[in-house]
Design a protein around this ligand. Structure first.
Ligand SMILES: [Fe+2]
Length: 394
């Protein structure tokens, strides 16, 4: 493997990661270590209705940390959501010891990170001006509110990343607010919270994590520690995802997927991503394809497209994961075949036409796939080449 020619790197991770089945019960003292008042952002109405969130806030309040409910969001956060929720927080008024408690999937955690930043900034009233490549490209000047992240799905790894993905549909873009300052201070990951996630979401979010592990492993910006984490994450996730989909109560499968997801977050935050995520962003804003489904759909073709540009890395990885495979060509064939079979087994979409994309939309999707994720892709692709690839999986 020669992805890293010389050892020289930075590594950013949350200050504290607390992982384990049932460990949500430990939230009180952890929350108390961040402040005295928690603004709650929730991404799971099901957990609210079941009383799980109420139980969590009771544990927090027992440690004399006040909780103030701010928002429940079920769609991927948009510019207007961030601006609206920030406005509500400002109306309440900030004081020392405030922090954001985000409980949910990537949606809630990314909204939490963006609101935490915007709450203390005063250069612009809209988050749009802070997003990469749109607006005024402002940088955060103030320290955001601390973020406490508690994922309830196993996918995006947002609990360990330093960006918040924010969408707009008019004009269409999906861009990041990116700063080390918004990396969650504490990530409390209790895989038991994921047992109520429905099979289709388990499949799509799990394939998102697997895509993140594979794309950051072969990224042009790959780093040695994240690469080691990718191998660990893939070793756990590949045998577990189908079990998590087919047997939602399986503790080992849910633990493996939650672990793989946080590792994928660390990996992508430090190594970047690639083509599958680049196209997924465009599919999200042009066709409202959910992030996980879009990544799952793109992963096999992204591996095929990149195999010549990173054959040694993919062959090495394949032999680590599936010992016994022969030469490099066969090893890469085996890896792509395994991923493809897994996509079929967990029932994620395989063609663009299955997720509502029309042929006419493909040139615009190709054009708008060139965000920061694409900059890590091993193979350089023109918009025309990308459009051709997309027509091939229509
Ligand atoms: Fe992702």
């Amino acid at each position: 493997m020669n992805a890293v020619d010389s050892l020289c790197y930075d590594l950013v991770v949350p200050q504290k990661i607390v992982f384990g089945w049932g460990r949500r019960r430990e939230i009180g003292p952890l929350a108390r270590s961040l402040g005295r008042r928690a603004f709650l952002i929730c991404g799971s109405p099901a957990l609210l209705e079941s009383g799980a969130i109420g139980q969590i806030t009771a544990w927090v309040e027992k440690e004399e940390v006040q909780t103030l409910f701010l928002e429940t969001l079920v769609h991927e956060p948009e510019v207007a959501d961030v601006d609206r929720v920030t406005g509500r927080l400002r109306e309440i008024g900030l004081r020392a010891g405030d922090f954001i408690l985000a409980i949910g999937g990537g949606t809630a955690i990314d909204l939490g990170k963006a609101v935490a930043a915007m709450a203390t900034e005063d250069q612009s009233p809209t988050v749009k001006d802070y997003l990469e490549g749109v607006g005024r490209d402002l940088k955060l000047l103030r320290d955001p509110l601390p973020v406490f992240a508690m994922p309830t799905t196993s996918g995006t790894g947002a609990e360990a990343t330093r960006n918040a993905v924010i969408s707009s549909y008019d004009p269409p873009f999906k861009k990041s607010l990116r700063s080390e300052k918004i990396l969650p201070r504490i990530a409390l990951i209790d895989p038991q919270l994921t047992v109520s996630v429905p099979p289709a979401v388990t499949a799509a979010s799990g394939m998102d994590a697997i895509t993140q592990l594979l794309e950051s492993f072969i990224s042009r910006k790959a780093q040695p520690i994240p690469q080691a984490l990718c191998v660990e994450g893939l070793r756990r996730a590949l045998p577990a995802i189908a079990e998590a989909v087919e047997n939602p109560q399986s503790r080992p499968a849910r633990e493996a997927m939650a672990h793989a997801a946080v590792l994928s977050g660390i990996a992508l935050a430090n190594s970047g991503l690639g083509m599958a995520h680049g196209v997924a962003a465009a599919l999200g804003v042009h066709c409202r394809v959910s992030h996980g489904a879009a990544c799952a759909l793109m992963l096999p073709v992204a591996l095929e497209v990149n195999r010549r540009a990173c054959q040694a890395e993919l062959a090495w990885l394949s032999r680590e994961l599936f010992p016994g495979t022969a030469g490099p060509e066969q090893a890469v064939d085996a890896l792509i075949a395994e991923i493809s079979a897994l996509c079929d087994r967990v029932g994620v979409p395989r063609r663009l036409s299955q997720v509502g994309v029309t042929r006419e939309q493909i040139p615009a999707i190709a054009r708008d796939s060139r965000g920061s994720s694409m900059s890590g892709n091993p193979r350089e692709l023109t918009s025309e080449e990308l459009a051709e690839i997309l027509f091939g999986i229509f």
